[in-house]
Each structure stands twice: as C-alpha cells, then as structure tokens.
Design a binder for this molecule. Structure first.
Ligand code: NAG
Length: 247
C-alpha cells in the first residue's frame, strides 16, 4: 500500500475537489484527473526488476497534483517507465496558431536512494495531423524539456548546442531519431528546476526558427512525468498546469 508523506497530505488538502486519492499499480493503467489523465506507463519494466505505483493526489481547475513511487534495478541504461500526466485540453493546435502555452510545474523528490538515474521531463508530441497518440506512426517530433536528469543519463541522439537561454533558463539541446520521429531534448544546463514557470511557445518558436520544424505542425499531446532508470524514489508534483491559447 502507498503511504502518504506529511507534505503530500498537506498538498492534497489545498486541492478543493479532492475526494479520495487514487493509486495506480498496473503496467499500463490510467485514471481521469479533471483536465488531465494520469497514466502509469511501465513500458520498460521487463528490462528490470522492481515496482512502481502512481497516485492522483487531487485536481482543481487547471491544476493537478500527483506522485509516483518507484523502485527499479538492473540494466541501468534502460528506461523502465514514464509515469506521466497528459493534458486533455492542451492539444490539437497548429504551431503558427499558438499565441501562448503557459505552464507551471512544482515538484520535489520526497525521498530518493543514492545515485538514482531518472529524469523529470515534459514529453511533447508534434505531427502533421491535428490529433495523434504519442509515439505512433503519426508522430513527427518528440520535444522533451528535462527539468532534471540525475545519474549521468542522456537524451536521445547527440548534443548540438550548450547553454541556450530559453524562457529564462539555460539548456543543452540534443537531437536524434527515434522510430519514425525526430527527438529534440532541452536538458537543463544548471541543475534541477523545481519551480518551473514558462511559456512553452518560446521553445516551439525556437524550433521553428532555428531547427527546421515546420510551423504547420500540430501539438498532438503534452505529457509531463518522470523516466525512471534505476534506484528508488518518491517524486511529488505538488502542482502542475498547462494550457494552449490560440491566436
Ligand atoms: C550560460 O549562459 C548564461 C546566461 O547567458 C551565462 O551567465 C553563463 O555564464 C553561461 N555559462 C556557460 C558555462 O557558458
């Protein structure tokens, strides 16, 4: 059973619509969370040994709080899971039709074993059609924004730029292919960003202006979560929100 820490309970109490916390423990299980869907995606669990559970703490308006509790061993270079929250509303807009895409993400590790290997990251999907599921034939680009990357893990591909300033933070930019889509990963150049407030449009316009991404691409999905490799941790998102405002 999942045990709440004192701070998770304190966070839960600030979410007015909380009825009862819901915990997911299956390999591919999801739960509705207001404007979001919480999914525990343990897609790589067979490359390791361990377990994970994810809990919806509460949601209120456009904000959501959730946590995930993971414990994985073996194959340190393999991702075991991507527990994430998906926005059901911030999608289906063409890049050149986006006025702004405000987001806010406050998170912390409530506990962690020594030397964990994990990222805390956005995973944003672009395609030529207005809608499409993440990581499918309809995906043209995967845009990751790493607010944390611990234990020496690296994004897909190779690093092409260092210390680029976007949305008030410095990033190393990585790129490379994955299946039928191209990945761009903005990895924090200055350590963990635990209170992130930004307009995602600044990342999108960077890509259309500098990296050849067509402004006719659509945002098909915005996910945020953690890719866990090895170790054990409890990661709490005390508050997260994202929206897309069209022109
Ligand atoms: C990265 O960029 C910031 C802001 O421009 C600058 O203050 C800092 O010195 C740079 N760091 C490195 C390692 O170049």
């Amino acid at each position: 059973m999942y045990l709440f820490s004192a701070s998770a309970i304190a966070t839960a109490l600030s979410f007015a619509t909380l009825c009862s916390a819901q915990t997911l423990s299956g390999q591919f299980t999801c739960a509705p969370a207001g404007e979001y869907t919480l999914c525990q995606n343990l897609w790589g669990e067979l490359s390791g040994v361990g377990s994970q559970s994810s809990t919806l703490v509460g949601n209120s308006g456009n904000a959501v709080s959730w946590s995930t509790n993971w414990n994985w061993a073996n194959n340190p270079n393999n991702v075991k899971s991507y527990a994430n929250i998906l926005s059901n509303t911030a999608l289906g807009v063409q890049l050149d039709n986006i006025a702004s895409a405000p987001t806010s993400w406050s998170w912390s590790y409530e506990s962690q074993s020594q030397g964990i290997r994990a990222d805390v990251a956005y995973d944003i999907w672009f395609g030529t059609a207005p809608s499409g599921s993440p990581a499918t034939k309809g995906s043209s680009y995967e845009i990751m924004i790493w607010l944390s990357g611990l234990g020496g893990i690296q994004p897909v591909g190779s690093q092409i730029l260092s210390n680029v300033t976007i949305a008030g933070h410095q990033w190393d930019l990585w790129t490379g292919p994955n299946s039928n889509w191209q990945v761009f990963s903005f990895k924090t150049a200055n350590g963990d960003i635990t209170n992130f407030n930004a307009d995602l449009q600044e990342f999108f316009s960077y890509l259309t202006e500098n990296e050849g991404v067509a402004p006719t691409q659509f945002v098909q999905a915005i996910q945020t979560g953690t890719e866990a490799f090895t170790g054990s941790a409890v990661l709490l998102t005390s508050s997260y929100s994202v929206a897309i405002n069209s022109k």
